[in-house]
Design a protein around this ligand. Structure first.
Ligand SMILES: *[C@@H]1O[C@H](CO)[C@@H](O)[C@H](O)[C@H]1NC(C)=O
Ligand SMILES: *[C@@H]1O[C@H](CO)[C@@H](O)[C@H](O)[C@H]1NC(C)=O
Ligand SMILES: *[C@@H]1O[C@H](CO)[C@@H](O)[C@H](O)[C@H]1NC(C)=O
Length: 348
């Protein structure tokens, strides 16, 4: 029953304020900065208007007879809550009134990012960040933007409903990742107001440069099986990211190899390559990690080699046979010749 009453009142009241007052405001709503000025026109849309006026706590406009448009102006807005209203008198002695919605704003006087509990962070750990925005109005139209480098990482809004300037605290929890090392972090306050003018300028906080410590992680993390190829240099890549910069240590399959190499490089190009298990350990203060390379002979290459050898062997056999044939004919000839000479000499 009471719900029904509320409903009928809502419908009636809405109908009354919208339908009953034939007024047009120009502009229909106002956004003005504290200390600024604005003006608006109230126009009556009926022909039976006797007079109109403006009501306001900050100096209205007296009932003015015989006009259908009446301007209103405030030269210096010195309150955060102002609600001027325009009213008309009609020939049937009725009057109606309508509010002009006015939003008074104030850009923050200061936007301050608190220093994180630790500027040297550990990868994967959570850190709380606090941004304080001072003397902003209206707070419900404030967005707090969080930036890391030039990337926006979060947007927060305030639930504060005060129309007067307030201090807004925005908190964000942040998980440090290795990519965040050396990134600048800051917050920004932006008032989002409907306004004919361009977007209001945002206010940036101070910023902090982050340091994120992280254990070595290989840029190519999988263990590798590398095939030795004839006439090609072997290159083993153990490059890892991490902070502080990782140090490297290689282990080669044969101790004799280790004499000639610099075993502290991230990329190893052994001058004397042998198949076997190579290992590289990258380490820094945050941890260490080992990657394995299994260097094997190319079985495919050996087959090719075998094929080449086979071809050469076959060729050799053919050459040999040809050679034997040649030698044989030549030999026969020379043998004949030889046998001829002794034969000729023998009878002598
Ligand atoms: C109010 O009306 C006058 C006369 O038509 C016009 O010059 C003025 O620009 C109007 N003001 C606003 C705020 O629209
Ligand atoms: C303030 O924000 C509300 C939404 O939170 C929006 O409806 C309103 O139009 C904004 N005020 C102005 C003056 O733009
Ligand atoms: C690499 O090989 C080592 C030893 O065989 C093994 O412990 C490790 O899990 C392997 N790493 C990857 C990424 O497969």
């Amino acid at each position: 029953m009471s719900l029904f009453l509320i409903f009928s009142c809502l419908i009636l009241c809405a109908g009354k304020s919208m339908g009953a007052c034939p007024i047009e405001m120009g502009p229909s709503k106002v956004v003005v900065s504290y200390g600024g000025s604005f003006s608006a026109n109230c126009s009556s849309l009926t022909h039976d208007t006797i007079g109109m006026g403006w009501e306001s706590q900050h100096g209205g406009v007296e009932l003015t007879l015989g006009v259908t448009t009446l301007p209103f102006k405030i030269d210096k807005v010195n309150d955060f809550i102002i609600s001027p209203s325009c009213y008309i008198y009609r020939q049937d002695d009725s009057q109606c009134i309508e509010k002009l919605p006015v939003t008074v704003y104030q850009l923050p006087t200061r936007v301050y990012l608190h220093e994180p509990s630790s500027l040297t962070m550990l990868e994967g750990q959570q850190y709380g960040l606090k941004c304080e925005i001072f003397d902003v109005a209206p707070a419900k139209n404030l967005s707090v933007l969080w930036y890391k480098g030039n990337k926006k990482i979060n947007t927060a809004s305030s639930s504060e409903s005060s129309l007067k300037p307030v201090k807004v605290l925005s908190e964000m929890s942040f998980t440090a990742s290795r990519e965040d090392d050396s990134a600048q972090i800051w917050c920004e306050a932006q008032l989002n107001l409907w306004s004919a003018e361009q977007k209001l300028p945002s206010n940036k906080s101070n910023s902090y440069k982050l340091t994120v410590l992280s254990a070595p992680a290989f840029t190519m993390p999988e263990n590798e099986t590398v095939t030795l190829q004839a006439l090609k240099n072997l290159t083993l890549n153990c490059t890892a990211t991490g902070n502080p910069s990782p140090k490297y240590r290689w282990q080669l399959p044969h101790a004799s190899q280790e004499m000639d190499e610099d075993l502290t490089q991230s990329i190893l190009s052994p001058s004397f390559v042998l198949p076997g298990h190579y290992a590289c350990t990258a380490s820094n203060s945050q941890g260490s990690s080992t990657k394995y390379f299994n260097v094997i002979k190319d079985p495919g290459n050996q087959a090719t080699l075998a094929a080449i050898i086979g071809v050469f062997a076959a060729l050799g056999a053919v050459l040999f046979i040809i050679g034997v044939l040649l030698v044989k004919s030549d030999g026969t000839f020379s043998c004949n010749k030889g046998s001829y000479q002794p034969a000729s000499s023998r009878p002598v």
